[in-house]
Write a protein that binds this ligand. Sequence first.
Ligand code: PGA
Length: 257
Amino acid sequence: MNILIVGNWKMHLAPAEAVKLVKKLQERIPPNRDVGVVLCPPFIDLVPVQEVLERGHFKLGAQNCHVMDEGASTGEISASMLRGIADYVIIGHSERRHEFYEDDKLIAKKMAAAVRNGLKPILCVGETLDERHDGLSTKVVTAQVTAGLMMLTAEEVETVVIAYEPVWAIGSGASATPDQIKPMIAVIKATVHELYLGDEPVVPILYGAGVEPEFVSAILSVPYVSGLLVGGASLHYEKFAQIVIGAQDMQRASKLT
Ligand code: PGA
């Protein structure tokens, strides 16, 4: 499985700044790599960024979508509107779960909307610090994965990407340690395969939260981590380029062994 690096720009960069960042990234990161790169700018940046994307460089993702394909929903964007612009969509990010009270039921519907419209959903799961302290990490993450996939068929689940993002490490500049990440990735993998897929690890599982260039090789060495979801560092072209190039080195090394 090729490594996937996703940049989540969150609520940063107006269109002109977004275009500038993409142009810099295209100069710094070689095209046609083995490592897939998905940029997830704010909605208003998607089209301007798409217009300057060079072939073989990056794919685009949205940061959210509505559950319906169209309708009277002021201020919202549907998955059907994203067709032809984005290939991926982040669903259930902890900032949406906490700031916008998105619950598992709504997230399940958004997952279905994404898949129905041919987008690959990146389902974010992860425990808060309190949940971790209470020994609930496994329970919380298992429940989030189970609920997030609830409305999908086994075949549809194969289009999904899951990102483990411990809420306590998001925005901290310090990622969780490999020892903390390893059991949680194993839980996600076991949950998905128990529910849908038998033994084959076909659903990519990313790690996200506090990812910086210096952590890339340690995180990507954790069993079954097949990529990274990068927030803050994805806004700095040099850092993000280092992350992608670091991943490329890991990918090459894995092919040699
Ligand atoms: P961070 O954000 O890399 O800034 O911690 C990750 C995320 O929220 O997706």
